[in-house]
Ligand binder design. Structure first.
Ligand code: NAG
Ligand code: NAG
Length: 468
């Protein structure tokens, strides 16, 4: 024991001295970007930016981190930042995911915000590396006009910079903006700028200094479904009797240009191709295979207009709210379904059980402003812990349903600004003693027994009175 303690103390000491020797990563000012390509996809209401950066170290000391920069207004709408490093040449090229973390720098001009990307190997003097990044932005298209009637198309503004914001000099760069249709009302020109069909090309621009910025506005048609779920509560209840029960409460809104004037259902139905082009009347819900007991209801009751298609790979549920949704309109509804437990509950090598389930919103192509995922564990579960591949808020709640003695542990995971890219697997580990499973049947048996005894006693007393 003493020896072990000594080793531990030595280890702690080692780490402490390590940390004090290298207080925080030093961001090299001697990086430059030899070539940058940016592709901005504006075809839906979720904006995806694909960046390809060729980073070069012109300094003498190796650099292990490099920075992605964002204007402060954009960072609030940033749902996701991912980066990969391209390793190998041409056909043997593979992509290695890199860790990306927000960092605070004191002397950033104009409140610029940063994410630090950790490279696989430190970049030595004169070396280059190619990094590809994906940025996902939400709530960044502003409808203009802000109100439209049933027969009008929806137009939106997109604000950005023609020059990529960066703390490094960029030797050469080009930006491509893709719009959903050729109807582009206007766009800022920063020469050279070229519009062809559904694409605007900004650049190439040579030798731009660090923190160069050149604001642009693009005004274009976008009739994509602006389906935003203001709040989604998903409850996943684990029952060791073989079932996983899921209940999902949706608060949906059409976040596009507000509808003005009256709504004519006749016009909507007879001229479907031009009337209400930006509205939507059905949604696609992607569910796991082998789903059963599916229901879909709102505050009035069950909605029958839904279709379920299943195959061995997936299930797709098509739902139709009671009325089509126009800009600013809302709908609240509940979807519930059951799944076979053995598809999602496993035992880990250390004997704990774990649920392996999908995070994110099952309704395709939506932004969720606030997602609350509750995993209700069986009674008697202990030491729960959740593993989610991105940061979420976590806490524990208790839930009581009938027959529960001590209540069920509920692991709650909360996340804001959830996009389809967040649909990945998470795990909830817990300890469970199978004896606990007998608690409920035993209680039932005991209750029946007591009831039976009470009856016997009652009959007995009753009998004796009559006799007397
Ligand atoms: C709604 O549908 C579910 C499942 O099909 C059913 O169990 C329930 O009784 C229905 N409720 C009403 C009010 O029709
Ligand atoms: C969770 O399930 C997915 C899909 O079946 C699988 O790819 C993944 O490896 C599983 N994760 C764990 C930790 O079991």
């Amino acid at each position: 024991m003493g020896a072990l303690l000594a080793v531990r103390v030595a280890l702690v000491f080692f780490f402490v001295s390590f940390v004090t020797l290298f207080p925080s990563p030093v961001y090299s000012q001697e990086l430059l970007i030899a070539n940058a390509e940016r592709r901005i996809d504006l075809t839906s209401h979720i904006i995806r930016v694909y960046l390809t950066l060729k980073v070069e170290n012109t300094g003498t000391s190796p650099a292990s981190e490099f920075l992605l920069a964002f204007p402060p207004t954009q960072v609030n709408h940033l749902a996701l930042v991912k980066a990969v490093e391209a390793v190998g040449k041409r056909k043997k090229k593979t992509y290695v995911p890199l860790s990306v973390n927000p960092v605070e720098l004191d002397d950033a001009p104009n409140g610029t915000r940063f994410f630090s990307v950790s490279l696989i190997n430190p970049l030595k003097q004169g070396e280059t590396v190619t990094v590809e990044a994906l940025l996902v932005l939400t709530h960044s298209l502003e409808p203009f006009p802000a109100e439209i009637s049933q027969s009008e198309s929806q137009y939106v503004y997109y604000h950005d910079s023609a020059i990529i914001l960066s703390p490094y000099q960029i030797k050469e760069q080009t930006t491509y903006i893709k719009t959903p249709s050729t109807r582009i009302e206007s766009h800022t020109r920063v020469e050279p700028t070229k519009l062809s069909g559904k694409e605007i090309k900004y650049g190439p621009y040579a030798d731009r200094l660090p923190y160069s910025f050149s604001p642009i506005i693009v005004h274009f048609e976008n009739n994509h479904h602006f389906a935003v779920i203001e709040k989604l509560v998903r409850e996943v209840e684990v029952s060791h009797w073989g079932n996983l029960q899921i209940t999902e409460h949706y608060e949906l809104v059409h976040a596009g240009a507000r509808h003005k004037g009256i709504f004519s259902r006749l016009e909507y139905q007879s001229r479907a191709s031009i009337s209400g082009v930006s509205s939507f009347k059905d949604l696609l819900v992607r569910l796991p295979p082998r789903v059963h007991s599916v229901y879909y209801r709102d505050e009035i009751g069950n909605i029958s207009s839904s279709h379920l298609r299943t195959d061995s790979q997936k299930s797709e549920l098509e739902i139709e709210p009671r009325y089509p949704l126009f800009g600013g309109w809302k709908a609240t509804f509940v979807i519930g379904y059951g799944l076979p437990l053995q598809d999602f509950l496993f035992e880990s090598s250390d004997g704990r059980r774990y649920l392996n389930f999908s995070f994110g919103c099952p309704v395709a192509g939506t932004v969720v402003n606030k997602l609350i995922l509750k995993v209700v564990l069986p009674e008697g579960s202990k030491d729960p812990s959740a593993m989610v591949p991105f940061p979420v808020d976590q806490y524990i709640e208790r839930k009581y349903s009938y027959l529960d003695v001590v209540g069920r542990t509920v692991v709650v995971l909360e996340k804001e600004n959830v996009v389809p890219e967040h649909t990945s697997y998470f795990q909830v580990y817990y300890k469970f003693n199978p004896i606990s499973m007998l608690a409920e049947p035993l209680m039932l048996a005991l209750a029946f027994f007591l009831f039976f005894m009470a009856c016997v006693a009652y009959l007995h007393i009753d009998f004796s009175i009559r006799k007397g």
